[in-house]
Design a protein around this ligand. Structure first.
Ligand SMILES: *[C@@H]1O[C@H](CO)[C@@H](O)[C@H](O)[C@H]1NC(C)=O
Ligand SMILES: *[C@@H]1O[C@H](CO)[C@@H](O)[C@H](O)[C@H]1NC(C)=O
Length: 185
């Protein structure tokens, strides 16, 4: 299929514009961001992920800041084999609130931007790969498994403004006993 060069160029300009204006939380403070979070919302439009939308549950994450400004993020999720944890290592950049990490699943470097957080209640996080919506996610984290409706609304509006279709913006049901109570908390 031949696509006119100008069309490709226009599409690229649009994608760049979508990501270019995203600034991290002003005066981002990693120490205040540390600790336990629950991922209570996810916008993800990868065709590969579509069959799993229904099965998604809230998952718990633990942010551990390292002395050099990098971050270890441990996430727990229910699999058919039971509750499993996975470690993600986010590397700092010169911009506070902005990290990079290597996605082993997609074999690509990605940018992580903490777009907005008030530390005690919620955080809106954009994980993106420039030019590729398929690899882009918006996540809403809450300090508890339930967040206020206004915050859910903020997340949905933000994800829509980034071009995610409505059906790709999910607020999954709670998870039970993952990690098992008493561990990791
Ligand atoms: C972060 O993760 C690395 C790799 O697993 C581990 O060696 C290190 O001890 C972790 N650091 C902290 C503070 O948890
Ligand atoms: C931010 O955090 C405070 C608690 O420190 C909370 O009362 C407030 O409602 C939060 N939410 C928003 C949207 O600012």
């Amino acid at each position: 299929m031949r696509v006119p060069v100008v069309t490709v160029f226009m599409a690229m300009v649009c994608v760049v514009m979508v990501n270019a204006d995203i600034q991290p939380q002003r005066d981002f403070n990693l120490q205040r961001f540390a600790g336990r979070w629950f991922r209570v919302g996810l916008a993800y439009d990868s065709p590969e992920f579509t069959p799993y939308r229904e099965r998604l549950r809230v998952s718990m994450g633990m942010i551990t800041p390292l002395p050099n400004g990098n971050v270890n993020l441990t996430m727990w999720a229910m699999r058919s084999s039971g509750c499993v944890s996975k470690l993600y290592q986010y590397e700092r950049t010169n911009v506070p609130g902005q990290f990079t990490y290597f996605s082993t699943r997609h074999n690509k470097m990605k940018d992580i931007t903490v777009v907005e957080t008030n530390y005690t209640e919620y955080a809106l996080v954009l994980k993106h790969k420039k030019f590729e919506q398929e690899y882009t996610q918006v996540a809403l984290y809450g300090r508890s498994q339930k967040v206020k409706p206004e915050i859910i609304q903020k997340f949905k509006s933000f994800a829509s403004s980034r071009g995610f279709p409505r059906e790709s913006i999910i607020t999954p049901p709670p998870t039970e006993n993952c990690p098992p109570s008493g561990s990791g908390r």
